[in-house]
Design a protein around this ligand. Structure first.
Ligand SMILES: Nc1ncnc2c1ncn2[C@@H]1O[C@H](COP(=O)(O)OP(=O)(O)OP(=O)(O)O)[C@@H](O)[C@H]1O
Length: 277
């Protein structure tokens, strides 16, 4: 393997994780079919297709500006693709509104956080429960049921924030705010979890915990996880499959081992000729 690839952290760490190999025989949980997104004269995503099997971890990677967040925004319905379709568990959701996606079991986190800074960790997660509670957000904050409170505490514990349960969100560092966003997304009891750079700002120890948590969510809870991530150590360790984008197009797809030795991927990250050095 190319030494530069090792430097970039693109080496596969878990070649035995080949759950993605089941893809061909099962109906995909998420089916992105030939989506194109244009912003004026710029084609941010060009005829992109990929499929994600239920209960697997799938990563979307690529250099800056490759079109990853735009793709995410299409799947969570914040952007409308110019062409193509998005099919979730066999249902075409290409025309669904963003708020309808939560009801269909899709939760997401954002590259730039969207938390209630003045509210505590506990309150932020509690508010994440409102889509599956008959009570409105204000009523929920005032008088959550014992069951809801237990759920919130278990989620806070699961992401490792128990010691900060009553800390106001804006006082957490960026990495821990991202974990809080993850807990809040889990409060929706999602079937599909879309994570935009979940490891950004996390220290190595926290990245290891996140690695275990995401693997557990997929393999134990059956949640389908799609993540955009630049921390290759995490991507290579937890992903069943990886889709690589560059300049809006898919340039490679495969297991971490396949991606780690793919010459187009090496070139996209490190420049032409790097694969042969
Ligand atoms: N709302 C927008 N209006 C115009 N251009 C946009 C918009 N959003 C994204 N772009 C452009 O589309 C292209 C793809 O951007 P996108 O944010 O999807 O890439 P990315 O792979 O997520 O990058 P990064 O890793 O830096 O977050 C870029 O050239 C970006 O400048």
């Amino acid at each position: 393997m190319n030494a530069l690839v090792m430097d970039a952290g693109l080496q596969a760490q878990a070649p035995t994780r080949a759950a993605g190999a089941q893809m061909a025989t099962t109906t995909p949980f998420l089916d992105v079919r030939g989506i194109t997104v244009r912003f004026g004269g710029l084609t941010a995503v060009n005829n992109l297709s990929f499929q994600v099997a239920q209960g697997t971890v799938h990563a979307l990677i690529g250099p800056n500006g490759a079109g990853k967040s735009t793709t995410f925004n299409c799947i969570s319905r914040y952007y409308q693709p110019t062409e193509g379709a998005i099919v979730l568990d066999g249902v075409d959701v290409s025309r669904a509104r963003p708020h309808q996606m939560a009801g269909m079991g899709v939760a997401r986190t954002f590259q730039n956080l969207e938390l209630f800074g003045e509210l505590s960790v506990y309150e932020n997660v509690l508010l994440g429960c409102h889509s599956h509670s008959a009570r409105g957000p204000r009523a929920l904050l005032r008088r959550a049921t014992g069951e809801t409170r237990d759920l919130v505490d278990s989620l806070i514990e699961r992401v490792g924030l128990s010691h900060d349960r009553d800390t106001v969100a804006r006082e957490l560092d960026f990495g821990h705010q991202k974990l809080l966003e993850l807990a809040r997304a889990l409060a929706l009891k999602p079937r599909l979890l879309l994570l935009d750079e979940p490891a950004a700002g996390l220290r190595n120890r926290d990245i290891e915990s996140l690695d275990h948590l995401l693997s557990d969510l997929a393999r134990r809870d059956g949640i389908t996880v799609l993540l955009v991530e630049h921390v290759m150590q995490l991507v290579m360790s937890i992903s069943d499959r990886i889709t690589v984008m560059s300049f809006g197009e898919k340039i490679a797809e495969g297991t971490p081992a396949e991606i780690g030795r793919n010459e187009r991927v090496i070139e996209a990250y490190l420049g032409k000729g790097a694969a042969n050095e």
